[in-house]
Design a protein around this ligand. Structure first.
Ligand code: TXE
Length: 500
């Protein structure tokens, strides 16, 4: 676990050569606030392992203040016209776009992801979240049913829930934070949100943008802090009526347990151990290029990454050689360099966890085909860098093939028959996504129907359309986000039956 040391703001903040310490604050009722207890956490830069900021470790009292602000804003915000809400969301989107460089630099510095990725994917997608839900809410129609023969009409209202909690992880910080907040506020709710304590920076910047866009104070409140203190206080709050959470499966299970007695609405997007199934009849070059990306994008720290690669035996040798050759060409480098393919892992403890899994794989007779070395960059010796690692396994039930590593590590193994690979694909506790590479239509249909996952890609990976449902089955979570699914989650359906 990440283990921050606590700094007290009353004490003098130690000077870091050439760096100004960023003092992140909570955003409550439209104001930037210090935490009531004056407890602070260190914010590390994964590229060099140094502390470059501090953030609040907010207590129950801060969460209560955030709740009060949200609750006070709710009567007006929930009655604000859809056109006005939509206008403000789209304005937020435009302001994120106008600040693309600033957001991308902050995200890359905070998370270790290559700046190119932050600029081309993470930040534009965060802006899209606001634009998309700003538009979607204008199309979110209620249903009505005429009960023929009974002289009655039923109509179903979709009412905002009230104050909702949004808790997000560190891997796609702004993208996943806004993926929850945008539909929540579009639907007329007010929000108490907590970004990951490991990557708080872009959420902090978002506060400024929301004020500038004219979002009324109290509609969005951002409290920073540890999961076990701040996050727990949000989940335990009796009047925060819904929780949208993305993070680890163990945390998701814990949240479900705490929330259940209060009958909170829950959306849980959790871990994955996604199969990437490659048949010999696929478009080989396209598959090869995309498989490198689906394995190592964002240092493999995306819940959708294909971490188990199954290859049809007839092309296994060729794939193994070509794939390893391509992976070796990936440049591990400083996240701020445009030419970097693989940046830093998010934290020291996470790097250690990933290395531990590689060792477990070796003990279980896995063969490391490339990678498995920490990388030391000149001038950034304390950064959390790891070579992209490919491990050949002889059985699918070893731990490296069953447990979520969430780093730049993939396994490969051959298969002979469709049924065999189908069985292996489903023999994990997770069920988030799967990728299938084939040009055979019957096989595509059969595999897509039978793989246990919420998202299937055929001959592509991470092609996203925000209208589609997003989420997993089994230990990958409960509920769906995206499109109208998200707006349904953030509203209560109320049916009214009128007899005439
Ligand atoms: O996530 P946590 P961690 C997986 C990945 C990773 C593992 C653990 O395998 O190695 O989870 O990562 C907040 N009440 N994923 O420990 O703890 C926390 O502060 C309320 C997959 O970093 O689940 C943060 O904001 N909130 C995943 C958020 O939960 C709590 C992305 C996620 O942190 C809390 C990240 C509590 N008791 C990790 N405890 C994905 N699905 O994409 C923690 N939090």
């Amino acid at each position: 676990m990440w283990n921050p040391s606590k700094l007290n703001l009353n004490k003098k903040i130690p000077a870091f050569a050439g760096m100004t310490i960023m003092n992140i604050k909570n955003y409550i009722n439209g104001q930037f606030e210090n935490p009531i207890n004056n407890e602070w956490l260190d914010n590390y830069c994964p590229a060099n392992g140094e502390v470059y900021g501090i953030l609040p470790n907010s207590s129950k009292d801060d969460v209560e203040n955030a709740y009060i602000a949200a609750q006070s804003a709710f009567p007006i915000w929930s009655q604000t016209t859809i056109e006005e809400r939509s206008r403000i969301l789209i304005k937020i989107s435009e302001l994120i776009e106008a600040n693309l460089q600033r957001f991308a630099e902050a995200e890359s510095k905070d998370n270790g992801k290559p700046i190119g990725l932050a600029k081309s994917v993470d930040i534009p997608r965060a802006a899209s979240n606001f634009r998309f839900f700003g538009n979607a809410i204008t199309q979110f129609a209620s249903e009505s049913h005429e009960s023929i023969g009974q002289q009655a009409i039923n109509y179903t209202l979709r009412q905002p829930i009230g104050v909702v909690g949004c808790i997000s992880p560190w891997n796609l910080p702004l993208y996943l934070f806004t993926w929850k907040i945008a539909p929540a506020i579009a639907a007329g709710n007010c929000v108490v949100a907590k970004p990951s304590e490991v990557t708080p920076m872009t959420a902090y910047l978002l506060g400024e943008i929301c004020t500038e866009a004219g979002l009324p104070k109290g509609v969005l409140n951002i409290v920073h802090g540890l999961g076990t203190t701040t996050g727990q206080a949000i989940v335990e709050h009796p009047d925060i009526k819904a929780i949208s959470f993305t993070g680890g499966t163990a945390t998701g299970a814990h949240i479900a347990k705490v929330a259940a007695p209060m009958f909170k609405k829950l959306s849980l997007e959790l871990g994955g151990k996604n199969p990437n199934i490659i048949f010999a009849d696929c478009d080989y070059q396209d598959m090869l290029k995309t498989t490198v990306r689906s394995s190592f994008s964002n240092q493999g720290q995306i819940c959708l990454c294909g971490s188990r690669i199954f290859v049809e035996a007839t092309i296994y040798k060729r794939f193994k050689k070509d794939f390893v050759q391509k992976v070796k060409q990936l440049k591990v480098g400083h996240p701020s360099e445009e030419s970097t393919d693989i940046g830093a892992l998010v934290s020291k403890s996470h790097l250690e966890k990933v290395l531990q899994y590689i060792n477990i794989a070796k003990q279980e007779n896995g063969t490391v085909l490339c990678g498995d070395n920490k990388v030391t960059l000149k001038d950034y010796e304390n950064g959390y860098y790891l070579e992209p690692t490919v491990i050949e396994v002889i059985t699918d039930d070893c731990r490296i093939n069953q447990e979520e590593v969430f780093g730049p590590v993939v396994t490969i193994m051959p298969f002979n028959y469709d049924d065999e690979v189908l069985q292996m694909a489903n023999k994990v506790k997770y069920g988030l996504s799967a990728t299938i590479w084939t040009n055979d239509l019957k096989r595509t249909m059969r595999m897509s129907n039978q793989i246990q996952a919420g998202i299937i890609w055929v001959n592509t990976w991470m092609l996203r359309d925000l209208r589609t449902p997003f989420g997993g089955v089994k230990a990958s979570g409960v509920g769906r986000e995206g499109g109208f699914e998200a707006l349904r989650f953030f509203t209560e359906a109320k049916n009214v039956c009128v007899k005439y």
